[in-house]
Design a protein around this ligand. Structure first.
Ligand code: ZN
Length: 323
């Protein structure tokens, strides 16, 4: 019933041992980049905790009363809190609702699972409302906080959760999994590069046609380095085709490629994103550009002026490469 992601196996087995020994923590912080399946893991664990008769791997059986309620999406003891549709913030009332006595008394079995996703969407008020429950855990309740930005959660919250960190799987594992999902070996490699190793994000990017589009934009990027295009007009043209977040992702993968190319060049192995006449491009400048790009990516959740942000990165790129 559950599609198992191979890179989840180790943490899954570890938590299942704790579950069998009745030593699961009362709160887990599932942290890691987008595209690693953190939420799927949380749901799978939630089903496992609620099921009356798990299988040998610890997965929900799929046919006990609890499982039937879960499949109908109406299990009162698996609660999911997310931001409202038109908002990026988890309301304080949603958290109060969750931890209040009312919702805690309708339980079917002896366990309850709360999933908060993304946990960093809780404002100060919501976080405070949750904190009380983390300080005095409700017996039988498992809190699963899912986030790609754990540093945006108050320390008081983080310190009361056991950290479960998700990192990109070993490249060959991810590559094999993407091919099982129907990607060609070449596309799987490209998509993984673009997604910084996160397999689910890689699969999504490939499905969205991002690989073909990236190729076209890459030509513009190289034109800038040759002084054959203007940063301002390239930025404008790109933003007509794509969201800023995706463009920043592309840019980051190319700058990393340029950096890798420089490192390889140093070892005398040739092949680079930049042509040989760019050999003098300063590696430090490339690192600095990557840093400011990452700053922009972090800031892009706030109301950033996309055109200005993109222009400034492209200007810097063309300055570095033109000397
Ligand atoms: Zn079951």
């Amino acid at each position: 019933m559950t599609k198992i992601l191979p890179w989840h196996q180790e943490p899954w087995e570890r938590l299942q041992r704790s579950r069998r020994q009745k030593r699961l923590p009362h709160a887990l912080l599932l942290a890691g980049a987008e595209g690693l399946g953190k939420l799927a893991f949380a749901r799978r664990l939630g089903r496992s905790v609620l099921c009356e008769q798990t299988d040998e791997k610890g997965d929900a059986c799929g046919h006990c009363r609890q499982c039937l309620l879960l499949q109908a999406g109406s299990h009162p003891d698996l609660r999911m809190v997310t931001p409202d549709e038109d908002s990026s913030v988890i309301r304080i009332d949603a958290i109060r609702d969750l931890v209040s006595g009312n919702t805690l008394s309708v339980g079917e079995g002896s366990h309850r699972v709360f999933i908060i996703e993304p946990a960093h969407a809780m404002g100060q008020g919501a976080a405070n409302a949750l904190l009380k429950t983390l300080e005095e855990p409700i017996p039988g309740t498992l809190m699963l906080l899912v986030t790609s930005s754990p540093d945006r959660l108050p320390v008081t919250i983080r310190s009361r959760c056991q950290l479960l960190r998700f990192t990109p799987p070993e490249e060959n594992m991810a590559w094999a999994w993407l091919q099982e999902s129907g990607l060609s070996p070449g596309d799987a490699r490209e998509a993984l590069k673009l997604a910084a190793g996160a397999p689910l994000l890689a699969r999504k990017l490939a499905a969205d046609g991002a690989l073909q589009q990236r190729q076209a934009l890459r030509e513009d990027f190289l034109s800038l380095a040759r002084g054959q295009a203007s940063p301002v007009s390239v930025a404008e043209a790109w933003l007509k085709q794509e969201e800023l977040d995706a463009l920043l992702l592309f840019l980051s993968s190319w700058i990393m490629e340029a950096i890798r190319g420089k490192l390889v060049q140093r070892e005398g192995k040739g092949a680079s994103l930049l042509q040989s006449r760019h050999e003098w491009v300063d590696l430090k400048e490339l690192y600095r550009l990557l840093d400011s790009l990452n700053d922009t990516r972090r800031a892009s959740a706030n109301n950033l002026n996309a055109q200005l942000a993109l222009e400034s990165i492209l200007l810097e790129w063309s300055r570095i490469t033109r000397g």
